[in-house]
Design a protein around this ligand. Structure first.
Ligand SMILES: [Zn+2]
Length: 266
């Protein structure tokens, strides 16, 4: 019986993974993500249900569009598997079983998965386009609010600890919308700070601390590798500004630490 639950969470994750691909593609283009039908980006043919089964469709179609035979990037297939594994591991980390399924742990698990959705989409868009979308940050903040209400009502946590985060968030959003509206480039920094607040509310101080620490290590290593690569090439180019997807690093590391932390607690 235990395996059935594992399978359910893996399938759920795989379906969400295929949704993330769609969201990462459509949100920056300001396209609808819930009502509009899925279609092939190459030939614009509407996709049938058989083309939309996560993981399996890719295998059966041998990685090609059924209609125009255009290759589908293997990245989508891998993302569906990865997302399935993340959902499965996160569910396992709560060590929930069928006998005690209606407990506070299950509520926290569901909230966590909804929070992961925000992180997955933010990470995807940041990695592809080096930008962070306000609408997804807004969604993350809504999940945070539900989380705050939950822990304050059911776990009697002190709400004042969260008030400071919310004040900070309000401040960042104000700066983001009022002052920096014209200079698009600088908005990225503010949006990273907004993302940090969202992470801090959901993960608590210790996990946030590790998330930031390991993000800094990742940035340092990436810069070092870039530096070595440049010297090897010996091409004296204009000092091109390399923009790092910091939001992507933060999200990936945060997910890893939330899972590890749960395994240690439960
Ligand atoms: Zn096609």
């Amino acid at each position: 019986m235990e395996y059935i639950m594992d399978v359910i969470f893996f399938i759920m994750g795989a379906f969400f993974g295929s949704f993330f691909t769609l969201a990462v593609y459509r949100i920056p283009l300001k396209k609808d993500i819930t009502h509009e039908h899925s279609y092939c980006p190459n030939c614009n043919h509407k996709l049938a249900i058989l083309d939309l089964i996560p993981i399996f469709s890719y295998i059966f179609l041998r990685g090609k569009c059924r209609y125009c035979k255009q290759k589908i990037r293997i990245r989508y297939f891998l993302l569906e598997i990865l997302s399935g594994i993340v959902f499965l591991l996160y569910a396992k980390s709560f060590s929930i079983n069928w006998n005690y399924i209606f407990t506070e742990k299950t509520v926290l698990l569901m909230l966590g998965l909804l929070y992961f959705c925000a992180l997955f989409i933010i990470a995807g868009i940041d990695k592809e386009k080096k930008q962070i979308q306000k609408s997804v940050l807004g969604y993350g903040l809504i999940i945070d609010m539900i989380y705050i209400i939950y822990v304050c009502v059911f776990e009697q946590k002190n709400i004042y600890g969260y008030v400071i985060y919310l004040i900070l968030m309000t401040l960042f959003v104000l700066i983001d919308t009022c002052i920096l509206k014209r200079k698009l480039d600088t908005n990225y920094t503010i949006q990273i700070l907004e993302l940090l607040v969202i992470i801090a509310i959901f993960s608590g101080e210790i996990i946030s601390y590790y998330t930031i620490l390991f993000t800094l290590i990742w940035i340092a290593i990436t810069c070092l590798i870039n530096c070595i690569k440049r010297k090897k090439n010996k091409v004296v180019q204009k000092q091109e500004k390399i923009k790092l997807p910091i939001g992507y690093y933060l999200c990936v590391i945060n997910i890893i630490f939330l899972i590890i932390n749960n395994f240690l607690i439960y």
